[in-house]
Design a protein around this ligand. Sequence first.
Ligand code: ASP
Length: 322
Amino acid sequence: MKKLSIALAVAALATAAQAFPDKPITIVVPFAAGGPTDKVARDFAEALRKPLNGATIVVENVGGAGGTLGANKVAKAAPDGHTLLLYHIGMATSPALYRNLPYKTLDDFEYLGMINDVPMTLIGRSTLPANSYAELVKWLEANKGKVNLANAGLGAASHLCGLLFQQGTKIDMQTVPYKGTAPAMTDLLGGQVDIMCDQTTNTTGQIESGKVKAFAVTTQKRLGTPALAKLPTLDEAGLKGFNLTIWHGLYAPKGTPKAVLDQLNAALRAALKDPEFIKRQEALGAVVVTDARLAPAEHKKFVAAEIDKLGVAIRAAGQYAD
Ligand code: ASP
């Protein structure tokens, strides 16, 4: 009798899992199309198809407010696994930056596992009269308060990096927010803004082709990719202790059934082992996650620790929005 009920329970679980996905899955990217997070998401969506039995996966860009608009959309979506969020470190900076965040970061999502870690680069328009980090700082000092620093809005990685950079150099700049660093990059290429911190997934090609000037990387160690290996770290260039890497993770609305969450976590783990995905990420300077943060509980623990750690720097800067 007991054996039979276990068999029935296993069969029921299998049916629930088989029923998913029964329509296209939407991955919400909370930034503009063509930018660094969008690029990660489109490659990841491709790798995720196979382990989800060839499911249709659509990427939807919902940019604005540093990624919090897109995150809110997923927090309020039907918890059936068909609407997911691919968001980065902004998940952990926004609780300190927004007084009225319309969702609870740790309570309103199911954590599905982390995807990658991406370094950032400090770049400038090609017409900038500086060819090294030291020359850049001199130029910034001479133009205090007038320099245009682009970012993807309060809570974006580019915002956090710019904030830490201004704190470190003690040079104030005019920040210019966009819905993502894709449109910000367009304006940097056009010379409408002066400098920006952006992820290597968006800057590697532009640096390689000489369309932007690159001054430093934000990681503690120099990077290994050919285009970026010659760049100093901000730490060695003078901002002691500067160390910033942008992580991405996958999220579902709170209340998504356990069988679906398990299936999505297994699919995420399989996607991150896809050789084509790994190759594309490595070429752009990103490192695919292979550690304990692949487990939902560890992913959530990591984000909670990041909220505490980053909150200190953000509160010290006194920045917030309603
Ligand atoms: N990840 C953002 C984007 O995709 C940029 C940022 O966070 O700075 O546009």
